[in-house]
Design a protein around this ligand. Structure first.
Ligand SMILES: [Zn+2]
Length: 246
């Protein structure tokens, strides 16, 4: 390859120069020359001369080119991570579900047991009664005329298997811990991810002419949310995008 053929033409000192020029010297020819041992005095004049040599130029271009390529790849990966957090559906990780209460479906709206609960109770307490009967299933809909919950049922949090979560949800997932109160699932800040994306794609400047005056943080969050909703709508209109049912 051309570039590699050029590399081979470098002297040991020039190789050092390239090494420092692309590294510690932060692309200062004089500093690179000094570090490569050209002498304090000569470095200032020698540096630019060495840098102008085609072989040196080729070596520097090859290194910087590779570095930019790497940055581009990592940049795209970072963006994909942020986008995942921004678009993830939190329900893929934890869901609030409402089901019936203990009194919804019991006989005459009396307390209802599950079969196993009642069997256990009966083993410990012979002759125990179950006026509401058994067959409690918290997944059933609340009874609209329940005298205890008045048809509102009971809410519970159902955690999902994070290994089976969608790719976006996996990006939003920030780990979990077992606490005294149960399992705590952490999710990256969706609004912040949206704001970062919005800034990256210049949504605020290009599509909607808005500036943020010095709004208090809460107002600002609200305003950003409004803007993102608008931007998303505009984008959906442009692309005729399909919306997720939900
Ligand atoms: Zn109820």
């Amino acid at each position: 390859m051309g570039a590699e053929a050029e590399h081979r033409k470098l002297t040991a000192k020039e190789t050092l120069f390239v090494f420092y020029y692309c590294g510690d010297a932060k692309q200062s020819a004089a500093e690179a020359a000094r570090l490569a041992g050209y002498g304090q005095k000569g470095a200032r004049t020698e540096g630019p001369k060495i840098l102008s040599k085609p072989a040196v130029q080729a070596a520097v271009a090859a290194i910087i080119g590779k570095r930019l390529e790497k940055q581009d790849i990592s940049g795209r990966r970072v963006l994909a991570e942020i986008a995942g957090s921004a678009f993830a559906d939190a329900n893929d990780l934890a869901e609030v579900r409402v089901g019936c209460c203990r009194f919804c479906w019991g006989t005459d709206h009396k307390y209802q047991w599950t079969e196993a609960e009642f069997a256990k109770e009966l083993a410990q307490n012979v002759g125990v009664q179950a006026p509401g009967g058994t067959g409690f299933d918290r997944r059933r809909e609340p009874h609209p005329e329940c005298p205890e919950c008045f048809g509102e049922g009971e809410a519970r949090v159902v955690l999902k298997d994070s290994a089976k979560a969608s790719s976006d949800a996996k990006k939003a997932y920030a780990g979990a811990e077992v606490t005294e109160k149960g399992i705590r699932v952490r999710i990256h800040d969706k609004l912040k991810a949206n704001e970062m994306l919005g800034r990256h794609f210049k949504l605020f400047k290009d599509n909607i002419q808005v500036t943020f005056p010095d709004l208090p943080p809460e107002m600002r969050r609200k305003r950003i949310l409004e803007l993102l909703t608008m931007a998303a709508k505009q984008k959906a209109e442009r692309t005729g995008g399909s919306k997720r049912a939900g």
